[in-house]
Design a protein around this ligand. Structure first.
Ligand code: AGP
Length: 627
């Protein structure tokens, strides 16, 4: 979950590039930040508790003793050890010659640490990560003192990193620099994302692609069990036991400008506003209007495979899981297939059932979520075919899948997912149509009609992106910012949207919120309703609207304060709501896309009213790469 950025360049100073790279990765963790570089004074390191800004200010007051052509930085999301400067990365070895940053969890760190303490190592932090710095130091000493070399064709440092990594159990992306090997950065990976950027006379390493784009678009996603050596001459990759890996860098299509805030006060707002374009990019090149069907690029899944499937298993976490709940409705209806949709963290530990003729679909913005990755691995072991819907090309989940549908949302930096979610909904809509057509459940005309609704959606979204729409949500945010709790209700396809509305509010405003199926409210949560509880009810026109309005009556009868999401001109919904958010009309199947947008905006505006930073909510990280 932590952010890592490292660079080695022929000339210039890497410090500003490292700080800027970390700024783009801060969404991964902001408990503390640190940087280490080699200058003419030797290894210099600064670490600070809190956001990167605090480290930047410290460096502005007391910078390093000169430019550095090699260095590494880290933003931490604490797992082992409190949020203190001693626990901040980079960590160093006993002699301050080696520095190391780590993302992941070393499960056997207590055993390793015990052995090293017996050998005289002293630990200065309570992290699991520091043990790796000492383990590498220990092995390096042995090798340099003439210990038997397994790979005399590589430097002692690489060999020491390989040996220490082989002894570590758990997950890691590590980056190592050493004073006596000042021309190289060593990177190793197991189950934690890390990407190498290959530039001209320069090489970079980062936890995620957006941080690299200012320097290069040529990247290589290091794979599990690989170790890379980065120098200004190029990048070499080997396996943990020293075998040379011949790798092909890939070119990233995103441009660096896509990672800027472009004048918006927060990434989250920028990403909310980008949704009409992101939805269009995810949808329109794939529509085969003539045949009422969908063509995904590089999606090698035959009609036979889709026909023979007996069940779909969706696996995801958080917001992506909510998209999966919508997908369940769509696939069951369009393709006539039973769909189960599970929290990945639960699925991966359930009793294995054989899953032949099951298609497992992983949904993930980042493509790196550990629970989803492991859940899909479980599904594969049980015999399922694996598909995924993902926003990040080349990330771990697409790499382990049989086929991927990419959402073309562009980089999503805000911790609270917004545009990736609506693009996931579009991708699921398209996939459900593809499955329905392949299985003969949807006719060509049915397919055409569904595609036409999607084409009509884009211009209708404009009604959510004008000043009046923005202002009306802002006014509601001001009115309700002081509430202690919120309840979100929705039915059918809008039930997952109620869950998502509640999740957004919890994540960035820290207001307790629950999403509930509207019809289930009377079985419990109705007890909470009083004049202090705002209840957001999604009641747009469609098959569930009348029933939802009935539930709304029940809330009103108990004095609840109701905010209704309804279509323009719906007099009944108007009558029942204390406050309204009007949204454009669309089909039942596409209503979740429309209805979630004002809920994202409401959460954003409430966070701003409460003086909170929507891009960096406390305790959260964007990409959850640990268990
Ligand atoms: C979304 O706002 C969250 N921060 C979180 O729930 C997220 O959706 C979840 O961690 C899954 O991430 P992924 O889509 O990258 O797999």
């Amino acid at each position: 979950m932590c952010g890592i950025f490292g660079a080695v360049v022929r000339e210039g100073d890497v410090t500003p590039a490292i700080l800027d790279g970390l700024a783009l990765l801060e969404y991964r963790g902001y408990d503390s930040a640190g940087i280490a570089v080699f200058t003419s004074r030797g290894m210099e390191r600064r670490r600070r508790v809190g956001k990167l800004e605090i480290l930047r200010n410290a460096l502005a007051k007391e910078g390093f003793g000169g430019p550095a052509t090699i260095g590494v930085g880290h933003t931490r999301w604490a797992t082992h050890g409190g949020v203190t400067e001693a626990n901040a990365h980079p960590h160093s070895d006993s002699k301050d010659e080696l520095v190391l940053v780590h993302n992941g969890i070393i499960e056997n760190y207590l055993d390793l640490r015990g052995d090293l303490i017996t050998k005289g190592h002293q630990f200065l932090s309570s992290t699991d990560s520091e043990v790796l710095a000492h383990a590498i130091e220990d092995r390096l000493q042995t090798i340099e003192r003439g210990g038997a070399r397994q790979h005399p064709d590589i430097s002692a440092l690489e060999e020491a990193v390989m040996s220490a990594a082989r002894a570590a159990r758990g997950t890691y992306a590590i980056v190592v620099l050493h004073k006596r090997y000042p021309d190289r950065i060593i990177v190793a990976r197991q189950d934690s994302p890390v990407v190498i950027g290959i530039g001209r006379g320069a090489a970079f390493v980062a936890s995620d692609v957006p941080a690299l784009l200012r320097h290069t678009r040529s990247v290589y996603y290091l794979r599990d069990g690989e170790v890379a050596t980065l120098t200004t001459e190029g990048v070499g990759v080997r396996t943990l036991d020293g075998k040379v890996v011949s790798y092909r860098p890939q070119e990233i299509a995103w441009d660096a400008a896509a990672t800027d805030r472009r004048g918006y006060p927060h990434y989250m707002l920028k990403e909310i506003e980008e949704q009409p374009d992101a939805i269009a990019q995810t949808a329109f090149d794939r529509l085969d209007d003539e045949n009422g069907d969908v063509r995904f690029e590089d999606f090698d899944v035959s009609d036979e495979k889709l026909k023979s499937a007996q069940r779909i298993q969706i696996i995801a976490c958080g917001t992506s899981l909510h998209a999966g709940f919508v997908g369940k409705f769509l696939i069951e209806e369009f393709a006539g297939l039973p769909v189960e949709c599970d929290y990945a963290s639960e699925f991966r530990y359930r009793t294995p059932l054989p899953s032949k003729d099951v298609i497992a679909i992983g949904i993930s913005q980042s493509g790196e979520t550990m629970d989803t990755l492991k859940g899909l691995g479980q599904a594969r072991e049980r015999g399922a075919a694996i598909l995924d819907i993902c926003n990040v090309k080349g990330s771990s989940i697409p790499r382990m899948s049989d086929a991927t549908i990419y959402t073309h949302a562009g980089p999503e930096i805000g911790v609270a997912s917004t545009k990736a979610f609506t693009c996931q909904l579009v991708a699921l809509y398209l996939l459900a149509i593809r499955m329905g057509r392949a299985r003969g459940r949807l006719s060509r005309d049915d397919g055409r009609e569904l595609l036409l609704s999607l084409r009509k959606l884009r211009p209708r979204l404009d009604a959510l992106f004008n000043d009046a729409a923005r202002e009306s949500v802002r006014a509601l945010a001001k009115k309700y910012q002081g509430s202690r709790d919120f309840l979100f209700l929705g039915r059918g396809l809008n039930y997952p949207i109620a869950l998502e509305g509640a999740l957004k509010l919890k994540e960035i405003s820290y207001i307790h919120a629950e999403g509930y199926p509207a019809g289930e409210m009377k079985h419990g949560p109705i007890a909470m309703i009083d004049a202090t509880l705002p209840v957001v009810v999604i009641a747009t026109r469609g098959r569930d609207r009348d029933k939802t309005l009935n539930q709304l009556e029940q809330v009103r009868a108990r004095g609840g304060r109701v905010i209704v999401i309804c279509n323009a001109g719906d007099a009944d919904a108007r009558r029942l709501g204390d406050d309204l958010i009007e949204v454009p009309a669309t089909s039942d199947h596409l209503a979740p896309i429309v209805n979630v947008i004002p809920l994202q905006r409401l959460a954003y505006e409430i966070a701003v009213c409460r003086n909170l930073s929507p891009d960096n909510p406390r305790n959260l990280a964007k990409s959850v790469t640990v268990e």
